[in-house]
Design a protein around this ligand. Structure first.
Ligand code: SF4
Ligand code: SF4
Length: 280
């Protein structure tokens, strides 16, 4: 089972939901796919980490062999390789590591070499196996690292994916292959605006989904009305509560301190299972 927790923008409580859900289950794998700003670990406080480097293959040009024929640059759809008057240059930050330039080079002047783009950190905290990616500063392509994180998904286990905020490529990369998507929003006009954009994306992916309203009580009925009109299940409402907010500010998941919430997240998981079984 793969459950992705997503939201149209940051700060809606997406990570809080993912962490509290993981902690409420007997055992779960939690993947923080927000590789540009991972923060699930700040709520779980892992004592020890196992860290490994993630590399991508990047072309390196042997200038002595290169005849400046231009075939590599002609092939590259990402303009990541430039053939000048005296030299051929590769722009690593634009390269998607497709390997095509090396294949088309008639002089065999291009070799692909591994280049580190980030790291993967692993740890186990009580019943949760946490794994998160951390993109190196200046690396613009997050999707490769997200794929590397997702390679650790165990199809036999419960896998909870904390998606990056927004609706761009990294979010879609995270959501792809999920069995269910939980969209976390706030009951405000801004929340509704972001939710409606995310719903459009999820519908394109044809994955069953439902909504969790966080900080319920602070805004208006717009999100509830939208969900009713579009027949989107509201899976849970987390009230705007001083105790929950205080725990969050101290980096403590609220299921640990407020035990009745653990039961509610267990019920949420059962409901997700039911919706997955019923399909879209
Ligand atoms: S590996 Fe692919 S993306 Fe990178 S420079 Fe070569 S052709 Fe372009
Ligand atoms: S295809 Fe090979 S020989 Fe031609 S410009 Fe590119 S690196 Fe040089």
């Amino acid at each position: 089972m793969i459950i992705t927790v997503a939201s149209g923008k940051g700060g809606t409580g997406k990570t809080t939901v993912a962490v509290n859900l993981a902690l409420s289950l007997k055992t779960a794998n939690l993947f923080d796919c927000d590789v540009e700003e991972p923060n699930a670990h700040t709520l779980l406080h892992p004592a020890a980490m196992h860290t490994s480097s993630v590399t991508v293959l990047t072309p390196q040009v042997n200038q002595e062999k290169c005849t400046l024929c231009g075939k590599c640059a002609e092939f590259c759809k990402f303009n990541a390789i430039f053939v000048g008057k005296t030299k051929t240059m590769v722009y690593n930050e634009m390269c998607h590591s497709c390997g095509g330039c090396a294949l088309v080079c008639p002089e065999d002047a291009i070799t692909e070499i591994p280049r580190p783009i980030g790291q993967i950190h692993k740890s186990t905290i009580e019943n949760v196996n946490l794994l998160y990616g951390e993109l190196s500063i200046g690396e613009p392509i997050a999707t490769t690292l997200i794929q590397a994180v997702k390679n650790h998904i165990d199809p036999e286990a419960v896998n909870i994916l904390d998606a990056p905020p927004g609706t761009a490529c990294p979010v879609i990369e995270t959501m792809r292959e999920s069995d269910f998507i939980v969209l976390v929003t706030e009951p405000t006009p801004f929340g509704l605006h972001d939710l409606s954009m995310t719903v459009d994306v999820v519908r394109e992916l044809k994955i069953p989904f439902g909504v969790i309203i966080n900080r319920s009580g602070i805004g208006d009925e717009g999100v509830v009305d939208f969900c009713k009109q579009n027949r989107i299940p509201i899976l849970m409402e987390i009230p705007y509560d001083r105790h929950i907010a205080e725990l969050y500010s101290r980096g403590i998941p609220f299921v640990i301190e407020i035990p009745n919430w653990q039961k509610q997240f267990e019920n949420l998981f059962v409901e997700i299972g039911r919706l997955v079984k019923n399909g879209l």
